[in-house]
Structures are given as C-alpha cells and as structure tokens.
Design a protein around this ligand. Structure first.
Ligand code: TMP
Length: 229
C-alpha cells in the first residue's frame, strides 16, 4: 500500500526485444496499479532527457560512433544518474514501472560480442556467486528490481510488428542474438529467489503480473525472473 506512508513502492521492470510490446504493457499496467490505489510512475531507460541520454540517443540514431565499451558504460551511467531519484520515489511510496533496465544493458552489449574480458556472461552467470562479468560490474549497486517481467516474443514476430524504427539495434539478425542472451540471463540468473515476496511486501499484491495482457495477439509468453544483482 503506497498511501500509508510506511511502505515503499515496488520497482517493476519490463524487458524484451525491440517491438516486444513493453510500451503497450506498461501503459496497461499503469492504470491497473493505480486502480489498486497505488501511486505509480512510468519510467524508461535509456532516459534520453539527460546529457548522457542525448549521447546515447545520437549513437542509436547512427549520428555518432562510439566504442562498444563506451556506449555500454553510458547506458549504465544513464541508470546511475537516475538512481537517487529512483530511491527517493520508491521510499516515498511510489511504484515505478520501468521500461528496460540492467538486463537490456547486459543482453544487448553481450549480443554484440564484446571481447571475452568484457563479455563473460555465460561463464559468469553460471557461477554467479563467484564471479561478476565486466558487463555486469557497472550495474552493481543500482537498485534491484522487485519484479522483472520478460516479454518473450519470437524475433521474427517482433520484426513484423509495424516495422522497426531504424535505430541502430533494430535489425532481425541482431535481435536474434539479443534474444539468445536474454535467454542465457533467464536460464542462469540466480535461482531460488522469491520474486513475489518483496512485491507483496511493497504493494500487498503478489499477482501484479495480472495487470499485463496475458494473451496479447503478439504470441509471446511472459516470463518472470529475479534480479541478478
Ligand atoms: P528503447 O527503444 O527502449 O528506447 O531502447 C533503445 C535501444 O537501446 C534498444 O535497442 C535497447 C538498447 N539498450 C541497450 O543496448 N542497453 C541498455 O542498457 C538499454 C537500457 C537499452
């Protein structure tokens, strides 16, 4: 209950390929949660309204070139620059629905095939407790989500939906690789973490995913996975 002043809000993350329906789902989830009496805000990463966000936006529009590691760190920096506001909001009882977060950071950068010193996701996630990859390291210390919902859509189906907008990563071949890396994250993220508990604690509703569109004509399955950091 976000209104009694004692409970914090929940951090709910939506992840998926480009054109997987995150925007539709967030705009559906927002009124659903508001209907439960919660104070809710929609956020998204990258947040293009900051200086770092402008650099990211220009890179995505192919208007600038950046080294793969540089853009990886800019995406992460873009989350860091919003961290304290995020914490303030959550502590004041506002639930945040966030369109993309660290999982996008890891899945997209590792799909680019950064060299092994930077991209040891397979190795590192399979032995998560012992080793953190360089791709994940910049994410450590960001706020862990209460719930991460992955909208699992075949890359071909996503590509069919109204076409891609022409940004750098919106290509079928690349999206296939991203899907593989999301799958690795999903299959290897620390198991045994109870995703419902913190959400229930925060909102009193363990079944918040009910607010999503379960059988949206887009033929995806909704998977829920826990934070890796
Ligand atoms: P958007 O279309 O959701 O605004 O995201 C822009 C692109 O940036 C999208 O192709 C996913 C990608 N991305 C990353 O590569 N790393 C990240 O950390 C984030 C948040 C997005």
């Amino acid at each position: 209950n976000g209104h009694n002043g004692n409970s914090r809000g929940a951090l709910i993350v939506l992840e998926g390929l480009d054109r997987s329906g995150k925007t539709s789902q967030s705009s559906r989830l927002l009124p659903y949660l508001e209907g439960l009496g919660l104070s809710v805000e929609l956020w998204r990463f990258p947040d293009r309204n900051t200086y770092v966000g402008e650099m990211i936006s220009s890179y995505l529009a192919n208007k600038s070139q950046l080294d793969d590691r540089t853009i990886h760190l800019l995406f992460s920096a873009n989350r860091w620059e919003k961290r304290s506001l995020m914490e303030t909001k959550l502590r004041s009882g506002t639930t945040l629905i966030v369109d993309r977060y660290s999982y996008s950071g890891v899945a997209f950068s590792s799909a680019k095939g950064l060299d092994i010193e930077w991209c040891k996701v397979k190795t590192c996630l399979s032995c998560y407790k012992h080793e953190i990859s360089f791709v994940q390291a910049p994410e450590m210390g960001l706020l862990a989500p209460d719930l991460v919902v992955y909208l699992d859509i075949p890359p071909e189906k996503a590509a069919e939906r109204g076409g891609y907008g022409g940004e750098r990563y919106e290509q079928l071949e690349f999206q296939r690789k991203v899907a593989e890396h999301y799958k690795i994250l999903h299959d290897t993220t620390w198991k045994g973490h109870c995703v419902d508990a913190p959400l229930e604690h925060a909102t009193g509703r363990p079944d918040t995913v009910d607010g999503l569109i379960p059988s949206h004509p887009a033929c995806y399955t909704i998977k829920v996975f826990p934070p890796f950091f």
